[in-house]
Design a binder for this molecule. Sequence first.
Ligand code: KG4
Ligand code: ZN
Length: 332
Amino acid sequence: MVLGIESSCDETAVALVAQDRTIVAQSIASQDAQHAPYGGVVPEIAARAHVEVLAPMVERVLADGGMELGDVDAIAATAGPGLIGGVMVGLVTAKALAMAGRKPLLAINHLEGHALSPRLADAGLRFPYLLLLASGGHCQILEVRGVGDYRRLATTIDDALGEAFDKTAKILGLGYPGGPAVERLAQDGDPRAVALPRPLKGSAEPHFSFAGLKSAVLRAHESGLHDPADLAASFQQAAMDCVIDRTERALQQAQGMTALVVAGGVAANRALRAALEALAAKHGLEFAAPPMKLCTDNAAMIAWAGQERLAAGLVEPGGDPLSIAARPRWPL
Ligand code: KG4
Ligand code: ZN
């Protein structure tokens, strides 16, 4: 049994996950309401909110699972990358639990949590698979070859995909988080109505760029010539064209992939899922998208990464848990 803790962005989460993939208990507190007035995540507000809810949440999740700390075999906590204040809150809490319960502490890379989460949802998903990780903070394509064995094929040179949705929502006055609102509005618009750029489309390396697209949306909106629904639909179409082009390029560079997998908050987007599913079919690959609760930030994926690391024998032996440092930047 692994107790997982996640606090690297604006979700505080705790979960108990068993070796057989059962999520025994979990809880997630979103800080959306606290950040909404600012149109984005404010690090200081996030860290304080984690402090307020985390300790009682650990107690509640243990109680919900009918367990005590003594019944847990290891503690897994996100040690980075992320907003440093929040990461520290989760890691320090995990250190205290590990010390008090004399349990091993597993320092998990948040991106590894996302990368392995599809295997928590689907026991049949085998390595290696290609993962598109698209959220408000991350936009990467990873070759997931095994536990602890990742190759990053692509990243964004400016904004993340979810960030582009959020900024477009802000321009159109749709509130935060903006992705779902933009998707909803896009359903009433014409995706061909507004000519927008497709940054990096067709370039040799599969990297992403969305800043130029966002600026073009801003200019188009300020021109006053376009219906907001048309603009939302045209933005979403341009973003999808880029993502599919870039993912296909990455597929050409990867070898022996068994599946195409998407995770991160933007995986909720139906247009994205449909386009990726078609791309997977075109390349004779399985397509997998974990349930949304596992796509967005959560602690079950952190606990599961801990399980995978334990099973693979990738636990630093006899390491002093107190010496593990929180890392704002930590490439996989
Ligand atoms: O994974 P997540 O919950 O948090 C992190 O950013 O780590 O992802 C949130 C992001 C936000 O940018 C949000 O706007 C975007 O995912 N998102 C969507 C949709 N639902 C959430 N973007 C496009 N379409 C959606 N339906
Ligand atoms: Zn994340």
